[in-house]
Write a new protein. Sequence first.
Length: 100
Amino acid sequence: MLLGNQPLPILYTSAGQLNVQVPYGVPVNTQYQLTVQHGSTLSLPESLVVAAAQPGIFTVNLSGTGQGVIMKSDGVTLAQPGTPASIGETVVIYCTGWEP
């Protein structure tokens, strides 16, 4: 996947989904062309604007306070004081974002 001419790191792919990481240094409020490359074939470019976001972490109590929904690499155990993640362990943080 390319944002402008910059390749994006691919985190996950399936038949109907691509998850990529937009680099931190990409300027916000800037229009880019997004294309997908499969082998030597490029998709039609899709215009998009990179916007600022303010992510919020979902919480266990669903009220926006307290323990965040941060899962350990097994996908079922919360990373919390009683069951902390190990050094170097991957965690999944459930969050959402909105454009300010």
